[in-house]
Design a protein around this ligand. Structure first.
Ligand SMILES: Nc1ncnc2c1ncn2[C@@H]1O[C@H](COP(=O)(O)OP(=O)(O)O)[C@@H](O)[C@H]1O
Ligand SMILES: [Mg+2]
Length: 279
């Protein structure tokens, strides 16, 4: 019995050690990004050292123009002309073929932008299914997968709406659903709540927070210091460098207004309660 317990303890310790020793998802060493040439040359990112582990929720803050979007684009392999080192999942980007980079970008990284970037001539479900087009899945299957994700976001009733028929908050939730359709392990969000009011912002943050709890790595740029309470780590940037880097305890703020519209299940539950009270 004691031996069994010791064995269980040992297994647990080994498991914990394995998680802690897992290679970082992102490792930057002296990352620099130049724009312009000759007299006009300047470093927008100027020596960034950064390690991000799997499952972290990193909020990046800093004044406009300090290089946040440039950094996110580099992390998302949208911009590869850099100096310094970038390792993704333990592999240097510099040694990766363009084809492999494109595959990683489409399968492992989900992007969410401030301006939602939905395709206006496609309806909600087609927007969400779009990233699956390049995977050789049949159209019916693609729409099925998109529909499942939209249900998780309580947007299944909006599947056939066009983007212009949605509120800003709904558009961003569709954009997040689209970013997730390939089950990426890293989500990069550039001011995802920048165009939303505070209630819609908190709904989006709840969605991101849920994804974080399910083990995804999230890197989010935000201007709003209140939203950093959802993150496990807050980085501030200044003039192309990391200024501060703080680990925080995840403790989402308590909201006075409801976080998201009641879904059908919740609505049924509350009706049930009222009925019982009346008896
Ligand atoms: N394609 C580009 N060519 C030249 N300069 C650029 C380019 N993109 C960004 N910059 C400059 O890089 C700096 C950082 O931009 P950006 O990363 O967008 O900042 P942030 O997202 O923090 O507001 C700004 O001064 C911007 O003008
Ligand atoms: Mg920006």
């Amino acid at each position: 019995m004691i031996k069994q317990l010791q064995f269980a303890q040992l297994t647990l310790i080994i498991a914990i050690m394995t998680v802690n020793n897992s290679p970082p998802v992102i490792r930057l060493k002296d990352l620099r990004k130049r724009f312009g040439i000759g007299d006009a040359e300047n470093f927008v990112l100027n020596g960034i050292d950064l390690t991000i582990k799997k499952g972290e929720f990193v909020a990046i803050m800093g004044p406009s123009g300090c290089g946040k979007t440039t950094l996110l684009n580099i992390l998302g392999l949208l911009d590869q002309s850099i100096d310094g080192e970038y390792e993704l999942d333990g592999q240097p980007i510099a040694t990766m073929s363009k084809r492999k980079q494109a595959r990683i970008r489409s399968q492992q990284i989900g992007f969410v932008f401030q301006s939602f970037n939905l395709i206006s001539r496609l309806n909600v479900i087609e927007n969400v299914a779009l990233p699956l087009t390049y995977k050789g899945i049949t159209r019916t299957k693609r729409l099925e997968i998109a529909s499942d994700i939209l249900r998780n976001f309580h947007l299944n009733e909006r599947e056939y709406y066009m983007p212009y028929q949605l509120s800003g908050g709904q558009m961003q939730r569709v954009a997040i659903a689209r970013a997730l359709v390939n089950e990426p392990s890293i989500i990069l969000a550039d001011e995802p709540t920048g165009n939303l009011d505070s209630r819609a912002s908190h709904i989006i943050m709840e969605e991101l927070s849920d994804l974080h709890k399910r083990g995804n790595t999230i890197i989010m740029v935000t201007h709003n210091p209140r939203l950093t309470t959802y993150a496990s780590r807050v980085i501030t940037m200044l003039d192309g460098q990391i200024d501060t880097d703080t680990k925080t305890i995840t403790n989402p703020p308590v909201l006075s207004s409801p976080k998201r519209p009641l879904n059908t299940r919740r609505r049924k539950k509350s009706t049930y309660k009222i009925k019982r009270k009346r008896k």
